[in-house]
Design a protein around this ligand. Structure first.
Ligand SMILES: *Cc1c(COP(=O)(O)O)cnc(C)c1O
Length: 385
């Protein structure tokens, strides 16, 4: 059985649990995206840093000249500290505080992706007191249901995100009337872990419709930000370690109908960083239940909450065993019934002390870690190649 390419010998003396990051894989992934950008001079990428804001990961991505998509003032600060230039930083979020808006304006970030008329007025007022003009895009809720987990779809009219597309003209009028904001374009983001490219075709069709409406009204379109959400293959991390960026960019190349020279911005998060991260943990006990056997490991929902929070699947592998597979529920030590990584998974026979790999954990893993049960935040180990 293929177990990826883990330097298991070097793990032996590292206290578990910890995150392992395969930097050569991250670099190969960034190469694929960079080739797409070289082919498409009007495309820009802003890495969604909420997926993983580990400074080492941010530095790798910033070094490529990509921008950053931030959803809090602290993320703007982290992006700047990692070397993303302010002119590459965009700032989204339904609830930006006054302090966050002021900070981002003072740093001279590229764009506020504004999610309501109320927010637009506050940004205008704060920019006024600072004597500057805020560059804004309007985040439009396209009312498209991405075929993904209900907890991570964001583009439906019932979601809290963005401005309903029926209200776009009204909010655009407001943005044009306010003296301290400058309308720069439209922003969209339909959800996460999207594997059905038809969802992105639907987004393109909606964008084309809105662009046509603006053009007919004699309005400027500005640039178009299509957000992120590209999914990865959680089932087969060894065979398919890089997301289908070619297919993703191809959809927009083929389906978007935009005025000549329009910049198109992308905000991938998960797809850039999920495959390169693995949570490494040790088996503490193998417990025989009456109907199940449990592999109890020292990693838990405090390092990787996705299974508990979204019922997300991560492939679990035993890096120390070559014995025949058995069926286990792999669980953590936290006092919550949801602290389960996988149920009834076939895994090479587990013994106390075995090293377990919880794969594809580079996105929304370390960045969502918590101190619950007084657990310390996880350490990390970088494989340089
Ligand atoms: C979270 C987020 C992204 C990134 O989503 P992924 O599914 O990780 O690619 C992009 N844009 C916005 C506005 C976001 O909130």
């Amino acid at each position: 059985m293929l177990k990826g390419d883990f330097p298991v010998e070097r793990f032996r003396d590292i206290p578990t649990p910890f995150y392992y990051y395969d930097l050569p894989l991250l670099r190969r992934t960034l190469d694929v995206v960079q080739r797409q950008l070289d082919r498409n001079p009007t495309y820009r990428v802003h890495y969604a840093i909420k997926a993983n804001f580990n400074p080492r990961i941010l530095a790798e991505i910033a070094a490529r000249g990509f921008g950053a998509d931030c959803v809090s003032g602290a993320e703007v600060r982290a992006a700047l500290a990692a070397g993303f230039p302010p002119e590459g930083i965009v700032f989204a979020g339904v609830g930006k505080s006054d302090a966050e808006i002021r900070f981002a304006l003072q740093q001279g970030i590229a764009r506020f992706n504004v999610e309501s008329a109320a927010e637009l007025e506050v940004i205008d007022e704060i920019a006024g007191t600072l004597g500057c003009v805020a560059p804004v895009s309007l985040r439009i809720n396209p009312d498209i249901g991405a075929h993904t987990h209900a907890g991570i779809t964001t583009g439906l009219a019932e979601n809290k995100f963005g401005i309903n597309y029926e209200q776009m003209d009204e909010v655009m009028d407001l943005s044009l009337s306010l003296p301290h904001v400058r309308y720069c374009g439209l922003h969209f983001h339909i959800g996460s872990q999207i594997l059905d490219m038809m969802d992105y075709v639907a987004l393109c069709n909606r964008i084309n419709e809105l662009v046509l409406r603006l053009q007919r009204a004699g309005r400027r379109v500005g640039d178009i930000n299509v957000g992120g959400g590209l999914g990865i293959n959680y089932q087969h991390p060894n065979h398919l370690p890089i997301a289908d960026f070619e297919g993703w960019f191809e959809v927009f190349r083929k389906h978007l109908r935009l005025p000549e020279g329009t910049e198109v911005h992308f905000e991938p998060g998960r797809s850039l960083v999920a495959p390169c991260g693995t949570l490494i943990a040790r088996v503490l006990y193998v417990k025989q239940g009456t109907r199940k056997q449990f592999a109890i490991i020292d990693g838990s929902m405090t390092e990787l909450v996705r299974p508990a929070m979204y019922k997300a699947y991560h492939r679990v592998e035993n890096l120390s065993s070559d014995e025949p597979e058995e069926v286990y529920d792999v669980v953590g030590p936290v006092c919550e019934s949801s602290d389960v990584f996988v149920k009834e998974a076939s895994i090479d026979r587990c013994r106390r002390g075995d090293l377990m790999a919880i794969r594809s954990a580079g996105a929304y893993g370390e960045s969502m870690a918590s101190h619950y049960n007084c657990h310390p935040l996880p350490d990390c180990f970088f494989f340089e190649g």
